[in-house]
Design a protein around this ligand. Structure first.
Ligand code: MG
Length: 262
């Protein structure tokens, strides 16, 4: 739904009576307008409109890969008494960890310490290889929230992050993709059971979203729907079974997930 006087779309993926589709969310009217296909090749509405309350929102993208960024927030580095790496550190988070808005995050039996990590997520809209930062905007579909859930004890124990960040359900994404958002100065927070745990701003990032696209696309081809999780601000900490985690990003919305027992 194009809002009056601006060009911003809220692109969601949803399930209604067993059917999965993409749609445009209009929170003001409490409606979702179904799209004829994935949003990457153009926005075409089917004409079908549903009340938001009647649908179940899904992760708004189905990535072939989730590229995540290590220590990048300057305030987080100060908190940790660590130095920001000279080049952004990237790692892969398993696409099978993808989770929906409202989906349960399963606390793994193998871990005794699971942390929340609120992150701004970039959703790629066009195939991208060797894209200069100045051109990055043209390959980005938009932005959403991610919780880079991490088994901190296993991260410390393993050399690689595949296990600690790769458990099923450890990549909640959503609630929708906000297009045409300026990612350079957005408030980002994480609340656990309503209490603020992380509260920062993307202006604390030591590298811009656009330079991250350049850095990553020099290594690997990014495909439509791929997600870049752009690192977390200070205040990461543990959650326990029953906790409710909410990632909130200015201009996007909020992503809430409950932690459940295995
Ligand atoms: Mg992270």
């Amino acid at each position: 739904m194009r809002c009056l006087g601006c060009d911003v779309l809220k692109i969601a993926r949803f399930e209604f009576r067993g059917n999965v589709a993409y749609g445009l969310v209009d929170p003001g009217r409490g409606e979702i307008r179904e799209l004829a296909g994935p949003p990457f090749e153009g926005i075409r509405e089917t004409g079908s409109v549903r009340p938001l309350a009647d649908v179940r929102l899904l992760a708004p993208a189905v990535p072939s890969k989730i590229v995540a960024i290590g220590l990048i927030y300057k305030d987080h580095a100060r908190e940790m008494r660590m130095v920001i790496p000279e080049e952004p550190q990237i790692f892969l988070k398993a696409p099978s960890a993808l989770n929906d808005p409202g989906g349960d995050v399963v606390y793994p039996r193998a871990s005794r310490r699971v942390d929340h990590e609120a992150e701004l997520a970039v959703v790629i809209g066009r195939k991208a290889k060797d894209v200069a930062a100045r051109d990055a905007r043209s390959v980005i579909l938009g932005y959403t929230c991610m919780n880079d859930v991490t088994a901190r004890d296993l991260q410390a124990k393993d050399v690689q992050y595949a296990r600690s960040k790769g458990f099923d359900t450890f990549a909640p994404l959503g609630p929708w993709i906000e297009t045409d958002l300026d990612p350079s100065a957005l408030r980002i927070r994480c609340l656990v059971n309503g209490q603020v745990r992380q509260d920062s701003n993307t202006r604390e990032m030591s590298a811009s979203v656009f330079s991250l696209v350049e850095h990553i696309s020099r290594v690997m081809t990014l495909h439509p729907g791929d997600v870049i999780a752009t690192g977390t601000p200070p205040g990461v900490g543990p959650v326990t079974v029953g906790d409710v985690m909410t990632v909130e990003i200015e201009g996007i919305g909020s992503l809430t997930n409950r932690v459940v027992a295995p």
